[in-house]
Design a protein around this ligand. Structure first.
Ligand code: PHE
Length: 473
């Protein structure tokens, strides 16, 4: 889901059992083909055909797609950064986890959360997977990688860069969760000597130094009311490798930069709402809260308030120094952020169902044009078809909900709109647990027939018995 790989998420999930994972329908025995390359499979392989289908869609490269429009708006807010948007989603566990300091038992690594191609290879779960790789490419002047930047001359050594890309996480199914989504990573580094100079010239004031280093114009906008009550301290500490004023400088510079970007983008959305006759009601409040990530400290999350709810749109923080050291630049320090595009796009364009991003229905695609945020007009939805499935959990071994989610997606593709637990009870005598899940099927572009959904539901029930070891009731 869009919830980022924060420690809180990890803690929440640490208690969950780890199931064997949905087995593959398997292309060739023991090999899996992804984007033209083949990989050996093993006991870790849990990437389904339904997911592989998404890896080649290239939504960020369709200029009129809302996600690409948002990506372009963000890129435009960062003219001095190198822009990457064509890095392939297959990465190593080293890139995705180890290079960022994930502990060996970090829950984000679990098979229940990540799509593995094999033990060492996976579909990236976040764009942070490219942090070390791109910094090292800059330090080494690795021409082949640097050439992938669309505007390489802006930051020829990747001192500052953005990466927009598709990312993948095993998750539940509903209108705001989808196992494939998009992020934009931002990384900004400074020579430590440059920060010392800026601080000296600002008489030691980190905020004044950050303002001086920030070439952008302060956004005087009513589009967002910003609030920040976070404090750097024991719970969200400065790294021992950093001087306090250095870390505070980085944090201030990062927050200024991100506030300006978000305010700039939200202002466009407020304009769109005015045009469409809706009342923007004071814009979108934005707030900063403390967070934790293995690869930043201190760390924060940025949230936007939408229809009374705070939505997390971004994780960020001061980069762990070992990443810069490993990249071959111990004399630099930096900050990083990771923005989720779908949530922001849903809010900006008024798109209520995350599956729509993957729809090729012209009634969706024809509503958008490059560079423009406009409010999506919902076209009439086709009727849903709902089926329940009740079963006893396996007597031995684990059952993990995400295995059921992938199994339903495999059988139904994008016809599945939601899967949710509606009932659970423990038999008083046998102690066995019975659960009932409700599956909502609906097509984005036609009315589904009861017969076709029955056939899909039969396949789901069948695979549940074969692959998840449950006993149907
Ligand atoms: N990669 C993190 C996530 O997806 C977000 C993040 C990026 C946090 C960069 C800090 C710095 O959860």
């Amino acid at each position: 889901m869009l919830v980022l790989l924060s420690a809180s998420r990890g803690a929440a999930r640490a208690g969950l059992g780890r199931a064997a994972g949905v087995r593959l329908q398997s292309s060739a025995a023991g090999r899996l083909a992804v984007l033209g390359a083949t990989y050996p499979t093993d006991g870790w392989t849990n990437t389904t055909a339904a997911i592989l289908d998404k890896t080649g869609r290239g939504l960020l490269h369709q200029p009129s797609h809302p996600l690409a429009i948002l990506k372009d708006l963000i890129f435009r807010e960062f003219p001095g950064y190198a822009h990457y948007d064509s890095l392939e989603p297959v990465v190593t566990a080293q890139q995705n986890f180890d290079s960022l300091g994930f502990a060996p038992d970090h829950p984000g690594r679990a098979k229940t959360d990540t799509y593995y191609i094999n033990r060492d290879t996976l579909l990236r779960t976040h764009t942070s997977a490219h942090q070390l790789q791109l910094l090292a490419a800059g330090a080494r002047r690795d021409g082949a990688l640097l050439a992938l930047a669309k505007n390489g001359s802006a930051a020829p050594g990747n001192e500052r860069f953005l990466v927009a890309a598709d990312v993948y996480r095993r998750d539940e199914i509903d209108a705001s969760h989808y196992p494939a989504f998009h992020q934009v990573e931002g990384v900004c580094t400074f020579a430590r000597s440059e920060i010392r100079d800026l601080l000296r010239r600002a008489n030691g004031s980190a905020s004044a130094a950050a303002a001086a280093a920030d070439s952008g114009v302060e956004a005087a906008s009513t589009a967002a009311a910003l609030s920040d009550a976070t404090v750097i301290g024991a719970g969200n500490p400065i790294q021992p490798e950093h001087a306090a004023e250095e870390a505070v400088f980085l944090a201030e510079h990062m927050k200024r930069t991100m506030n300006r970007m978000v305010v700039g983008i939200l202002a466009k959305a407020v304009d769109a709402q005015k045009t469409s006759g809706e009342d923007p009601a004071g814009g979108f409040p934005v707030r900063w809260i403390d967070a934790q990530f293995p690869f930043t400290s201190p760390s924060w999350e940025m949230e936007v308030q939408f229809q009374g709810e705070w939505l997390e749109i971004c994780g960020c923080g001061v980069m762990k120094q070992f990443i810069l050291n490993d990249a071959g630049m111990p004399d630099r320090v930096g900050w990083a952020f990771g923005f989720g595009l779908e949530r922001l796009a849903m809010l900006l364009f008024g798109i209520r169902d995350i599956r729509l991003f993957w729809s090729s229905d012209p009634r969706f695609t024809a509503q958008f044009s490059p560079g423009r945020i406009n409010t999506f007009r919902q076209f009439s939805r086709h009727p849903p078809c709902t089926k329940d499935v009740s079963f006893w959990l396996p007597a031995a071994g684990a059952f993990h909900e995400n295995d059921l989610m992938d199994l339903v997606r495999e059988a139904a593709g994008d016809l599945v709109e939601g899967v949710r637990l509606v009932d659970s009870f423990t038999h008083p005598k046998s102690g066995r647990v019975s659960q009932c899940y409700r599956i909502d099927y609906r097509s984005m572009d036609r009315t589904v027939t009861n017969d076709e959904i029955n056939a899909i539901q039969e396949r789901v029930r069948d695979s549940m018995v074969r692959r998840l070891g449950v006993e149907l009731r």
